[in-house]
Design a protein around this ligand. Structure first.
Ligand SMILES: Nc1nc2c(ncn2[C@@H]2O[C@H](COP(=O)(O)OP(=O)(O)OP(=O)(O)O)[C@@H](O)[C@H]2O)c(=O)[nH]1
Ligand SMILES: [Mg+2]
Length: 312
């Protein structure tokens, strides 16, 4: 089987193991995260996604481990397909130290002429900091310093926090999409389909909540995206618990705009995938909304076929 190597690295206490725990569990992880101990050396696990096997390496970031990795970098880092570099955004005092470490890592990759994409996660951007001017200014300066790598590497920035699972899943799914061009094809397909409906969102998730493809209506606000993701997580749990293949729902944003949607379980081989389709409700002609949802539901076989062709 084709396999891929993903590494999570950065300084100690940055939040790497917390992030991996959140991705793996997606809900109810707070207690476990609060009890985490520093990772000793390298923690490994494996997961499957779209027919690939992914080896995920969580590099303990304490100084003695970092030294050991850098003494023998090929042993630890060669053949990496994707890097998540995690920075504790709240810890300004260690920005220089974390850049120095990233510098040394990337020097190794350059010497090896390996250029995996790098997702830098400015982590611990907890809700109270999102609008904080000081931290945003600091991060901006850090980003500017990091763009010097972009001559050689594809480097992407994300702001994440354990208090917003969507921020973490977005970073992780975006990272994976860099290893899979096919994920972009699914998103393009959704973008095409959306032009036929007044859709707010079309998304395909795997059973673990990783986004395989998504289309969002332009200008949808972050808090609206978060609301949708929360609904999705809740309903996906319900679908699994009740062993259903389909669930319809209706809700409204803070702005008052109402939306209707459907979650369908699509089955490829022995794997379940979840298609989420959300449209704006037609307030005057509710029948129209119902019609569209019916149309979407009856198009399920075609949808399965299209997606299957892409992800196979
Ligand atoms: N405020 C805040 N704290 C967080 C967040 N994520 C993780 N933490 C806390 O940060 C601490 C360190 O988290 P870990 O995940 O163990 O850090 P690590 O990068 O794996 O550290 P090493 O294993 O030593 O390399 C823990 O006390 C977590 O509870 C976050 O988003 N916000
Ligand atoms: Mg750890």
């Amino acid at each position: 089987m084709v396999s891929r190597k993903i590494i999570f690295t950065g300084l100690d206490f940055a939040g790497k193991t917390s992030i991996i725990t959140a991705i793996t569990k997606r809900f109810g992880f707070e207690e476990e995260v609060a009890k985490l101990k520093p990772t000793r050396r390298v923690a490994r696990d494996t997961f499957r996604f779209l027919g690939f096997e992914f080896h995920r390496l969580d590099f303990g970031g304490q100084a003695q481990y970092r030294e050991a990795y850098l003494k023998n970098p090929a042993k630890y880092f060669s053949s990496t397909d994707l890097i998540f570099y995690v920075i504790d955004a709240q810890d300004y005092n260690r920005y220089v130290e974390t850049i120095d470490y990233l510098d040394e890592l990337l020097l190794f990759f350059k010497e090896e002429q390996e250029y995996p994409p790098i997702c830098v996660m400015f982590h611990k951007m907890d809700p109270q900091f999102v609008k904080d001017r000081v931290i945003n200014q600091k991060i901006l300066t850090l980003k500017q310093a990091l763009t010097r790598y972009s001559h050689d590497f594809d480097i992407f920035f994300f702001e994440t926090t354990i208090f917003d699972i969507k921020s973490i899943m977005t970073a992780f799914s975006s990272g994976l999409s860099m290893v899979f061009e096919k994920m972009e094809m699914v998103s393009n397909l959704f973008s095409d389909i959306s032009s036929n409906y007044n859709s707010i969102l079309i998304a395909l998730f795997d059973a673990k909540g990783i986004t395989i493809g998504e289309y969002y209506k332009p200008h949808l606000q972050i808090k609206e995206k978060v609301k949708i993701y929360e609904i999705y997580i809740k309903l996906q749990k319900q679908i699994v618990a009740e062993n259903r293949l389909l669930l319809e729902f209706s809700d409204k944003f803070e702005s008052g705009i109402r939306f209707s949607g459907v979650i369908e379980v699509l089955n490829f081989g022995n794997l379940d995938f979840y298609l989420l389709f959300i449209i704006e409700e037609d307030e005057i002609d509710l029948e129209k909304t119902v019609d569209i949802l019916d149309k979407i539901e009856s198009a399920k076989p075609q949808m399965e076929n299209l997606i299957l062709q892409i992800i196979q």
